[in-house]
Ligand binder design. Structure first.
Ligand code: CTP
Ligand code: MG
Length: 228
């Protein structure tokens, strides 16, 4: 089965702050995007990688090329993540793969074992995503934060990326989608009436979203330096 990958890296990283979009910030001397590329493009199951970028970030992207030996093409993204994924899918359509993995540039710590689990599940499922059980107690709330009721932890999961799909299945779901951005590609499949399977996610595969996530990442990498 041929599997291509799309890394969505066209966001602005407003919640993370830091002056430049978070995917181009450095963690222990290497950019987040270079780390993400190495983890994904370095896996033997992945044929081609398309990185979806904002044209304003061309200089940052060229700097990343100097940091990694992995080859990748780029394509301009859109206003929402959904638009950016759509642009990535269009770039792959000419020489379409059997399957595609869509990954957030802002998740540099995915393991090759996770990619293995997803690739293996693609033999049986057209749509499969990594997910983690909730550990905190969960509450349904009103918009003002007042609690309505507890939510049973057993019936929820936190969704991660890479999200893996048969290419035709995801393309058809995107073709059916109207306007409006959805949170992720699993939501696009569900909106089209499809089923999404889950495999075990990884706590380390968190998304760099807030300033504290960068401090956590720096601490993780510091630990690695000390133990090797
Ligand atoms: N993304 C994208 N195109 C967009 C919006 C998001 O390619 N128009 C990408 C981001 O670059 C990121 C991933 O989608 O790798 C997940 O989005 P998120 O964590 O929300 O990143 P940002 O949108 O950049 O951050 P923020 O919402 O805080 O501005
Ligand atoms: Mg965003």
């Amino acid at each position: 089965m041929t599997i291509d990958a799309i890394i969505v890296a066209a966001g602005r990283g407003e919640r993370a702050g830091g002056g430049i979009p978070k995917q181009f910030r450095s963690l222990a001397s290497r950019s987040v995007l270079a780390r993400t590329l190495d983890a994904l493009a370095g896996h033997a199951a992945i044929r081609r990688v398309v990185v979806v970028v904002n044209p304003q970030d061309t200089d940052h992207v060229e700097a990343v090329r100097g940091e990694t030996a992995r080859s990748f093409t780029t394509v301009p993204g859109g206003a929402t993540r959904t638009d950016s994924v759509r642009a990535g899918l269009a770039a792959l359509a000419d020489d379409a793969p059997d399957a595609v993995m869509i990954h957030d540039a802002a998740r540099p710590f995915l393991s090759s074992a996770l990619i293995d689990r997803l690739a293996e599940a693609l033999d049986r499922h057209a749509a499969v995503i990594p997910a983690l059980p909730a550990t905190d107690a969960l509450m349904r709330v009103m918009t003002d934060g007042t609690i309505v009721e507890p939510v049973d932890r057993a019936v929820v999961r936190a969704a991660q990326t890479p999200q893996a799909f048969r290419f035709d299945t995801l393309s058809a779901a995107y073709a059916r989608l109207g306007g409006g951005g959805l949170a992720d590609d699993a939501a696009v499949i569900l909106a089209a009436g499809g089923q999404v399977h889950t495999v075990e996610g990884e706590a380390e595969n968190f998304k760099l979203t807030m300033p504290a996530d960068f401090r956590r990442a720096e601490a993780m990498l510091m630990g690695e330096t000390i133990t090797v």
